[in-house]
Design a protein around this ligand. Structure first.
Ligand SMILES: Nc1nc2c(ncn2[C@@H]2O[C@H](COP(=O)(O)OP(=O)(O)O)[C@@H](O)[C@H]2O)c(=O)[nH]1
Ligand SMILES: [Mg+2]
Length: 264
């Protein structure tokens, strides 16, 4: 039996990855903004400041090519990783290390796929070291065992969505409802409403805790969604959160592939 982590970790040469990432197309959307600024006749120092800001912002956005696969242990992250990178299943073990691979997206360039271990003790450390490079985050969950794991799933998701780096960089988020081949698996719509209810409970608890600690401090910056109403993913203004179904076991990853194509 082959140890999976040794098979999967860094399957690309660093040089090859750099080379692929250098080929990422630049978008030309700043040309329109360019014209608006000159026509407005703003003072030149403002124009210079604006371009410096634009340069830094674009550089950050264009250079973020990471897709982080996150989720609890056993949700299917490593199987999804190996289906996408190796086009086949690789025997899966509980991994304590990340797996990194390069995905070539047609006409869009390369994305760096990172399978973050789900183990509670290490996942935050790994997420912290990759979150700044995330262009997208795929939160994988087991659509069959969700009822049993709902609290853990909601807590992990809440931590990720309320992360200050995530809300500032605004990567696209996909909640991937995996293991749809299971006869008792719940569909994405049901999962969305179950999660929204649980996140609502969690938000109330967390808000109360934060209020107790901060005593009227900057509570708003921690608040996920809209105040005064029940939690809904659509109300997270800084993030676009989508739901999709998949079954890594039966190699049904079409929705994920479409999402990757749109994000790249
Ligand atoms: N039935 C079913 N099993 C799956 C699916 N995806 C993963 N698994 C199984 O779930 C277990 C955990 O998968 P793994 O990829 O190691 O999960 P990870 O801990 O999130 O990396 C393995 O036995 C997989 O074969 C799926 O879509 N359907
Ligand atoms: Mg794994």
């Amino acid at each position: 039996m082959v140890q999976q982590s040794s098979l999967l970790v860094n399957p690309v040469e660093p040089n090859e990855l750099d080379e692929k990432l250098r080929l990422i197309p630049q978008d030309d959307e700043d040309q329109g903004i360019n014209c608006v600024v000159w026509k407005a006749g703003l003072p030149s120092y403002l124009v210079i400041l604006f371009f410096i800001f634009l340069f830094v912002w674009r550089k950050g956005r264009v250079s973020r090519r990471g897709i982080c696969l996150v989720g609890l242990c056993e949700s299917g992250k490593t199987l999804i990783f190996s289906q996408l990178i190796y086009k086949k299943a690789v025997e899966s073990f509980t991994s304590m290390k990340e797996n990194v691979g390069v995905l070539d997206i047609a006409n869009k360039g390369a994305l760096k796929l990172i399978d973050i271990p789900g183990h509670e003790r290490v996942r935050q450390r790994f997420f912290d070291s990759y979150k700044n490079t995330a262009r997208g985050i795929v939160f994988v969950l087991d659509s069959f065992s969700l009822n049993k794991d709902i609290r853990d799933v909601a807590e992990y998701l809440y931590t990720i969505l309320s992360d200050p780096v995530v809300s500032s960089n605004r990567p696209q988020v996909l909640i991937l409802c995996n293991k749809q081949d299971h006869p008792l698996a719940k569909g994405p719509q049901v999962i969305q409403s179950v999660l929204e209810k649980e996140m609502n409970v969690l938000r109330n608890t967390q808000t109360n805790q934060l209020e107790a600690v901060a005593e009227g401090g900057n509570r708003k910056s921690f608040y996920l969604g809209q105040e005064g109403k029940n939690f809904e993913f659509a109300d997270i203004r800084s993030l676009r959160v989508e739901f999709a179904a998949s079954s890594a076991q039966t190699e049904d990853l079409e929705n994920l592939k479409k999402w990757l194509q749109s994000v790249a």
